[in-house]
Write a protein that binds this ligand. Sequence first.
Ligand code: GSH
Length: 207
Amino acid sequence: MILIGQYDSPYTRRVAVSLGVLGFAFEHDTRSVFGDFDSMRTVNPLGRVPSLILPEGTTLIDSAAILDWLDQTVGPDRALLPPGGSSRQEALQRIALATGTIDKVMAAAYERLIRPEPRRWAEWTLRCRTQAKGGIAALAAHSWPANAPVDQAVITTACMIRYIRLADPDLLPSGRYPSLEVLSQRCEALTPFRATYPADYVVPSTR
Ligand SMILES: N[C@@H](CCC(=O)N[C@@H](CS)C(=O)NCC(=O)O)C(=O)O
């Protein structure tokens, strides 16, 4: 299997971590969505990451579809999403908050990093960051027990936290959301998360 996308993408990262947690071996293709746009479009017509090329050659796009394939492949006993009922609904709601927050942080970051300065729209950026703050606060209001299994809600939320710390750290001031800090610290110390860092990277104790 080949996972395409760099790990500064929280969507690629949640797939890489999930592959690791479930014990799948895979190769990593580090093409860039912006630097290798034409080449990327030959893999995914949308020119986005992540994509996963399966052993028999099928290409899956979109992290949710890829994660669904992983869960289907390992079966309900090992799947990272509960198979049904209120626990599935609860997990999907947490994931919706985390991915919705990622989308808003990313939209604000693209506005800042990609759009030429004279064309930037401050009100739009403010709106996106306000929406992101709402998502973060709502996730922080959930309970994240330290002994809870590392399921998809935990993985995606941890990837969201790490992405925000890279893309817009002011949205997560140190000390404001202790439960999310504990969740992040716990996850980032685990091998499947560490595997997405450069070999010489030292995970800070608090960030
Ligand atoms: N819904 C998609 C979102 C993927 C996404 O936003 N990917 C970003 C990188 S994290 C990307 O490819 N951005 C470039 C673009 O959209 O042009 C998924 O879950 O895979």
